[in-house]
Design a protein around this ligand. Structure first.
Ligand code: GCU
Length: 834
């Protein structure tokens, strides 16, 4: 033990793969205050091994041992005064006697007291007691021995996560490996990761997981799979986490063999009643169903001219005898025609759901994405929150970074979520902050809460990258208390995940807090949406993909103007879906905030923003600034070398290095696209001017040929080179004409799915670097089989001595379908970003 403490005090940490997340409980030195305060024993007021209170006892024992090397024994029946006592209020009364002033607790709430002789952790229920144990351990793990005595209650009863796992083991929009629940159409045998997931979730007070994709497979409900789901529920239960299930609306027909799935048909009702009974027989505490109906091709009640409320109520009634909940998704919209300037997908949710307000059963919650489109880098608050007064609602966010860098870009999401949670919709000119609406306070609803699409997988880091876990941690904290501060939550996560070093704390806090603004800067600005490829991977840039299709994520960009006119006076009328005070702000170009101007208005590129810049100049400037900030993430992180264990340090470093390159891919693609469209020059003359670049297509080529890249803006000069065949190497040579000196060499290439090419770089026939195109195996985002903005990437060789007249040669060896593609070489004086 002594040796361990010694190493901990020197700041060394063992190599870590991320599996323990924020529950890693790094060993800390025990000060005299610590010795005075550490409890000598643990009293867990339930001896049943599968109970959350029993688990809380074990967690406390392990945590105390890991953090402070203290060995506390667990008992279950005697209330020792210098122990930590954990249990429900009722259990405490029974075993330890009367409480003078019992704390006021709601369901899942807890009381934590470290003042007085021992420590008391008392839950309203067992789940609450476990939450309290994790809270106490979180304090200890941060070296916090302050005396506290408080009770805390959840903002809302529903604090769920959604997994988009398919029965074949793949995960829709998942970037952290395969499913921890499913494989080959059934439930995996080894559910140890599912149990570990429940443990992580319990520590952030999440109380249910919907385990299968909203685009649900009817076979989820075969008797064999219900048994398997029961096994998942069994491993969740000791952590107080309940099971939820996504349903396919047509299951009675697909699986049940009925000729219909009409929600008002007696046989259909009976079918759902029966299957629900079977599920509850196996899983008596099942949380409920999640339903995506009449959305993106999923079946629903409209097939039978029934309303969405009739569809939702079908499940609600089947669940009522068991106390289950239906989470019914508001993500319902139709394909639209862009030539109609009144058409607007953003209006769909209110159009569909407002007329149904008050028609849903009491155990239905309408689950609403934060914005009216689809998890974009910036959206206004969904107006549906201001249109349902007699219906329960929940906020839906994405922890998985579908449109936001897919875990290959650093992006701390809570500041984005907060733009919605904290937004005051001013319903009837009264304070109507969104978090008060979905938690039920504003309209006196008993049910409500939040759901996050999380999509962890078998990857040891869970989400596919270490730094993305801050988003999961923060989601839990905000689901419990949406008034919490995004940065304070982050700081707790950093201390728990990377230790107590102040420089690590400061640096990671700064990087994380800068990450969303930076991403917005180098992707889509002013409310135009992310500008990613909405027709393919949702990852890299492709602004043209937004328009000329029926998906309704239009930018309406032409050579003079850009943006959606969503005003009532001239546009789609969307602003009219907001309460009067908010509508008035957005209706008027002068009062619309810059960051949403193109969401609400169709303007000239030369329109002047409140900032004084024109729209187009804002685009240019923001993209250059965003990419510069992304470069600093790498340098900031590199300043922490030696302060973070080598395994995580290097993994994160490699990703941030990738991000430096991909932020430039984004930058160049977007500025080139709009420069080409508008023909308006950049006042700073950066766009199209690359003093330090050599285009691959301008080099002397043997075995390589030029290739016209599409979309054009995802290649410098819109061209790249590929090997003549998939089996012969290519060589590209150039004589460098830069003043002699030390440079950073950046080589832009394409890394495709379906091959691992190799490249070798020589300077005057001396090897200076070698790399392989294996991003598809080492990074988390959806790979691409084309040369495009998803596969475009960069490798950096820093600090290379280059003399004027040196001959630079790159030899590319293709593999599979990947023809060793190259875009350009930058010979950058240190500090230059291009
Ligand atoms: C997005 C996402 C889909 C998902 C859908 C949903 O459109 O790209 O994969 O199915 O949202 O939320 O249902």
């Amino acid at each position: 033990m002594k040796a361990l403490l010694f190493f901990a005090s020197l700041g060394f940490v063992a190599a870590e793969n991320g599996l323990k997340g924020w529950l890693r409980y790094e060993s800390l030195p025990c000060s005299s205050q610590c010795r005075r305060n550490l409890p000598s024993g643990i009293v867990a007021l339930n001896a049943t091994e599968t109970s959350p209170v029993y688990v809380a006892g074990l967690e406390l024992q392990e945590g105390l041992k890991d953090i402070y090397g203290s060995h506390a024994q667990i008992t279950h029946s005697q209330c020792e005064t210098d122990s930590v006592v954990v249990g429900t209020i009722d259990q405490y009364r029974q075993t330890c006697g009367r409480m003078d002033e019992p704390p006021e607790l709601d369901e899942d709430g807890f009381w934590l007291s470290t003042s007085g002789q021992g420590v008391q952790i008392l839950g309203q229920n067992e789940r609450g007691a476990l939450y309290g144990a994790f809270e106490y351990l979180s304090m200890l793990a941060q070296g916090n021995f302050s005396e506290v005595a408080y009770s805390t209650n959840p903002s809302a009863p529903v604090r769920w996560v959604n997994q988009w796992d398919n029965m074949d083991g793949s995960i829709e929009r998942g970037y952290g490996g395969e499913s921890i629940f499913f494989k080959d159409g059934g439930i995996v045998n080894d559910l140890s990761r599912a149990a570990q997931y429940a443990r992580l979730l319990a520590s952030i007070r999440i109380n249910a997981v919907v385990v299968n994709n909203v685009n649900a497979n009817a076979t989820t409900l075969t008797p064999q799979n219900i048994e398997g789901l029961g096994r998942i529920a069994d491993v969740f239960r000791p952590y107080g986490v309940q099971l939820g299930i996504s349903l396919n609306f047509a299951t009675p027909q697909i699986l049940g063999g009925l000729s219909t799935y009409d929600p008002l048909n007696k046989c259909v009702i009976q079918w759902w009643t029966n299957v629900t009974a079977q599920i509850y027989k196996r899983v008596p505490d099942m949380a409920g169903y999640l339903v995506k109906a009449d959305s993106e091709g999923e079946p629903g009640p409209e097939t039978y001219n029934r309303t969405l409320a009739q569809g939702a109520n079908l499940f609600a009634k089947a669940l009522q005898p068991y106390g289950g909940i239906v989470m019914f998704r508001a993500f319902v919209y139709n394909q639209l025609n862009e030539s109609n300037w009144k058409a607007d997908r953003a209006k769909a949710a209110v159009d569909f759901f407002k007329p149904l307000d008050g028609k849903f059963e009491e155990n239905v919650i309408v689950q609403i994405k934060y914005g009216p489109i689809d998890f974009q880098v910036r959206e206004p608050t969904s107006p549906l929150f201001a249109n349902l007064f007699h219906t329960n609602t929940a906020l839906e966010v994405e922890v998985t970074q579908e449109y936001l860098g897919q875990q290959s870009h650093l992006l701390y999401l809570p500041p984005l979520w907060k733009t919605v949670m904290d937004f005051d919709l001013r319903v009837e000119r009264q304070p109507s902050v969104v978090r008060d609406i979905y938690t039920g306070k504003r309209f006196n609803r008993k049910l409500g809460g939040s759901a996050a699409v999380v999509n962890v997988g078998t990857n040891a880091t869970w989400l596919g990258s270490h730094l993305s876990m801050s988003n999961l941690y923060a989601y839990g904290r905000l689901a419990w208390d949406p008034t919490e501060d995004a940065q304070e939550i982050l700081e707790d996560w950093i201390r728990l995940t990377f230790g107590l070093d102040n420089k690590v704390l400061q640096t990671l806090t700064r990087m994380s807090m800068e990450s969303w603004p930076a991403y917005e800067n180098y992707s889509g600005n002013l409310g135009i949406q992310t500008l990613t490829d909405i027709l393919y991977t949702h990852y890299g840039p492709n602004p043209a993909s937004q328009d000329n299709n029926g998906w309704g994520q239009w930018t309406r960009a032409n050579h003079k103007t850009i943006g959606m006119d969503r005003t009532v006076s001239k546009g789609t009328g969307y602003t009219g879906q907001y309460p009067a005070e908010v509508a008035a702000i957005y209706e008027n170009l002068d009062t619309t905030p810059d960051n949403l101007v193109l969401w609400f208005h169709h303007v000239n590129y030369t329109h002047r923003l409140h900032s004084g810049k024109t729209v187009i100049q804002h685009f240019y400037d923001a993209h250059y600034e965003g990419a510069v900030t992304a470069q600093t993430f790498l340098t900031q992180w590199e300043s922490l070398e030696g302060k973070v264990d080598p395994e995580r340090y290097e993994d994160i470093r490699r990703r941030l290095d990738y991000q430096t390159g991909h932020s430039i891919v984004w930058r160049d693609a977007i500025v080139n696209f709009y420069h080409n469209l508008s023909r308006i020059p950049d006042e700073m003359k950066r766009v199209g001017n690359h003093a330090w670049r050599v285009e691959a297509e301008d080099m002397d080529l043997t075995g390589y040929e030029t290739y016209v890249v599409s979309p054009f803006e995802t290649a410098s000069g819109s061209m790249a080179i590929v090997t003549n065949s998939n089996s012969t190497t290519g060589t590209a040579t150039t004589t460098l004409d830069f003043p002699s000196g030390v440079y950073d060499l950046a080589i832009n290439y394409y890394d495709l799915y379906g091959g691992v090419s190799q490249w070798e770089v020589y300077l005057n026939n001396r090897t200076i670097g070698h790399w392989i195109g294996n991003n598809e195996h080492t990074l988390s985002h959806t790979p691409s089989i084309y040369l495009d903005g998803h596969s475009a990437t960069r490798i950096n060789f820093r600090g290379v001595q280059v003399n004027q007249g040196d001959v630079l040669k790159i030899v590319g060896t293709p593999n599979g379908i990947e023809p060793a593609p190259l875009d350009y070489i930058s010979v950058l004086p240190p500090g230059t970003v291009d």
